[in-house]
Every structure is written in structure tokens, then in C-alpha cells.
Ligand binder design. Structure first.
Ligand SMILES: C[S@@+](CC[C@H](N)C(=O)[O-])C[C@H]1O[C@@H](n2cnc3c(N)ncnc32)[C@H](O)[C@@H]1O
Length: 243
């Protein structure tokens, strides 16, 4: 684990290339002092990696899509974190109890490390895990039977919704994610011996997830107090138990 204190736009380019950037940037949706979009950061990230998982809200990604596209980022997939409490800002709309993480890549998909996210066990509730009947084939998805054969090793594809308790009441950062959330995307985006970079480290959740999965990680955080909190957290050496 290596942690830098400063502006990622200055530090990130000096650190060389990495296998994966795993970032939870400011969404610029609140009045919190640090919640300001770091202008130009998707372009800077594109200079150091071809693979990036980025947390954010739908509102943020729609507003910033042009910046990602201009930097050459293409979307491969997304996951949803479903939390037990809400973070909606309006009393007349659905209570928002989820956040997104999008995987972006540059160049050819075949040139980007991506382990197929498989987990143990069959899922009897997922009809697509069974051999599809003709009636299951939908016009928009084409023939499901044409999909690559599924391995008969007792595993199934991991589902794209991750349910985990939020950190409310035990957080050291106002938008802290539980370690259970950044953990699953790690193998999907980074080789086992690869290095992950979190340029907006916050409380260090993604650094803790990297440590928990036994991988090398580099973090950057602009706020000195959060750097101290991260250092204290990671120095403890204790395992974070997913909620
Ligand atoms: C959304 S929070 C990340 C919180 C994180 N999800 C967690 O689990 O703790 C974004 C963090 O980025 C930091 N930040 C904002 N602008 C930055 C910049 N230009 N360089 C480095 N860090 C920055 C903020 O101080 C804040 O802690």
C-alpha cells in the first residue's frame, strides 16, 4: 500500500501506468467542500491505464459522459450497489437506495484484462442459467442459445447487483463505501499480480479491498485528515468484515 497526499491531477501522471484505476470521484452533487469534480481527471486516468471501474450516480455519468468519451473510454459493464438506507435529495421522487459502478476500457476489449466474474453455486432463480427454451428467446437479445457454452464446474456468473449495508453510523468519511462493494470488481478488472490505483481514496475503502484480496494498491487523497484516517485504518492490519 502506498498513499500520496495531494491533487491526483498532479500526482497520478507521475506514477506511471497501472493495471486498473478503481475510483469513487466527487459526484459534485452536494455542498460538501471536497465535492467538486476534478476537471480533466478522466483524461488523466486514460493516460495511465486502459481499465477503470468508476463509482458514480446516473446523474453524474449522464452529465460527464462527454468527458469519458473524449478521453477514449468505452463502457463494458456496470454494477449496482443496493444499500439498506437512502441518499435521495428530493422528497417527491423515489428514494434512491443504490449507486452505480461502471467499468470503462480503452482500445480492444480483448487487450484488457477481464476475468469472467464467476461465483460458486447454481442459481435456481435465474432462468438464463438453465438451458433456454425457444419461448425464452427474446427478439432484442437474439438467440440465447448462441451464447458461449457455460462451464459445468458448479459456478455461475456473478450477478450485477451487490447488496451491502451502507456505513451509516460507523463511517469515517461522509460517502464511505463498505469494503464489500469494491471487492467484487477487483478480479474482473485487474490481473492477480497487478496494481490498482485509487486516485480519490476518501476513507481508503478500495485500498482496504485491495489489501483484502492480497493485491498491491496506490492511493491519492487531497484531504490531509482523510490521509491520516486511511493510514490509521490500514496500519491496524485488521480485516474489514463485509456487512
Ligand atoms: C466520493 S469521496 C470517496 C469516498 C470513498 N468512496 C470511500 O469509500 O471512502 C471522494 C474523495 O476524493 C477526494 N478528492 C477530491 N478531489 C480530489 C483531487 N483532485 N485529488 C485527490 N483527491 C480528491 C475528496 O477529498 C474525497 O475524500
Amino acid at each position: 500500500m502506498t498513499l500520496y497526499h495531494g491533487d491526483m491531477r498532479e500526482i497520478l501522471p507521475a506514477l506511471g501506468t497501472v493495471d486498473l484505476v478503481l475510483a469513487d470521484p466527487p459526484y459534485a452533487e452536494t455542498a460538501l467542500a471536497w465535492d467538486r469534480w476534478p476537471d480533466g481527471w478522466p483524461t488523466i486516468a486514460a493516460e495511465v491505464t486502459r481499465s477503470m471501474w468508476c463509482f458514480g450516480s446516473m446523474r453524474m455519468f449522464l452529465a460527464r459522459h462527454g468527458e469519458f468519451a473524449a478521453a477514449g473510454w468505452k463502457l463494458s459493464q456496470d454494477i449496482v450497489w443496493e444499500k439498506h438506507n437512502g441518499s435521495g435529495f428530493a422528497a417527491d421522487r423515489f428514494k434512491r437506495v443504490h449507486e452505480h459502478a461502471l467499468h470503462w476500457y480503452r482500445g480492444d476489449w480483448s487487450g484488457v484484462h477481464h476475468d469472467t466474474p464467476r461465483i460458486p453455486g447454481a442459481d435456481p432463480t435465474d432462468r438464463y442459467q438453465r438451458r433456454p427454451r425457444a419461448a425464452d428467446r427474446t427478439a432484442h437479445a437474439g438467440s440465447i442459445a448462441a451464447a458461449p457454452p457455460r462451464p459445468k464446474d458448479g459456478t455461475r456468473l456473478a450477478r450485477s447487483v451487490i447488496r451491502a449495508q451502507s456505513m451509516r453510523g460507523r463511517a469515517i468519511h461522509p460517502t464511505e463505501k463498505p469494503v464489500a462493494v469494491p471487492l467484487p470488481p477487483l478480479p474482473a478488472g485487474r490481473p492477480p499480480r497487478g496494481t490498482v490505483h485509487d486516485p480519490v481514496a476518501g476513507s481508503g475503502s478500495r485500498l482496504a479491498a485491495a489489501r483484502q484480496s492480497g493485491r498491491r494498491a496506490i492511493g491519492i487523497e487531497a484531504d490531509e485528515a482523510y490521509c491520516e484516517a486511511i493510514a490509521g485504518r490500514l496500519a491496524q492490519g485488521a480485516l474489514d468484515i463485509p456487512a
